[in-house]
Design a protein around this ligand. Sequence first.
Ligand code: MN
Length: 198
Amino acid sequence: MGKIEMKAQLMVLPYAPEALEPVISRETIAFHHGKHLAAYVNNLNGLLPGTEWEGMALEEIVCKATGGVLNNAGQILNHELYFGQFCAPKAENQPAGRLAEAIVRDFGSFDAFKEAFQKAGATLFGSGWVWLSADKDGKLVITQEANAANPVQKGLTPLLTFDVWEHAYYLDYQNRRPDHLAALWQIVDWNVVANRFA
Ligand code: MN
C-alpha cells in the first residue's frame, strides 16, 4: 500500500481530445498528452523509488531537485498546468473580475498583455515555456522559462502558460509558432486562471 499512491500519475484531461479543435488538433493532443507527458511520468516513476524525492509534492521537487528528477518533475508540473487551463474555443474569450483588473493595472490593457505574452513566447530561443505569474504582492509578471523550468523556482505563483516546445504545435502549425500562440487565446479557460490567482 502507499507506494502506488506515491507514483506520479498521467493526468486525466478535463475535456475530450478533439474539444480544442481547430486550435489544437486531436492528433496533437494524442501525442502531446498520451506520448510526451506520459513519457515524463514514466521516467519520473523510474527515478524516484528509494530516493528522498519519493512522495514529495511536484512543486517541492521542482524547487529542490537537479538533473533528470528536476527535468521530468518540471515537465509534469508544467503540463498539468498547461492541459488544465483549456476549454473549447470561444470567439469573445477574456478574463473577468479581479484578474482582468490586475491585467489592466500591470500591463495597461488585455490586448497589451496578450501582445507582450505572445512576443515572449515567440522570442524564447529553443524549447521552453512562457508564463503569466503572480508575485508575493499579487503583481502580475510574464517570464520565459527554458526547458522544464517553472516560475515556482523563483517564488512566483504560475497562472497561465503556453508551451513553446515544438511538440506542442509542430503537427498543426509546423514552424509557425507565432500563429499557434495567437490562436491559443481562443481556448484559455479564464475561470481556471482566475482560480489560480485567487
Ligand atoms: Mn509539451
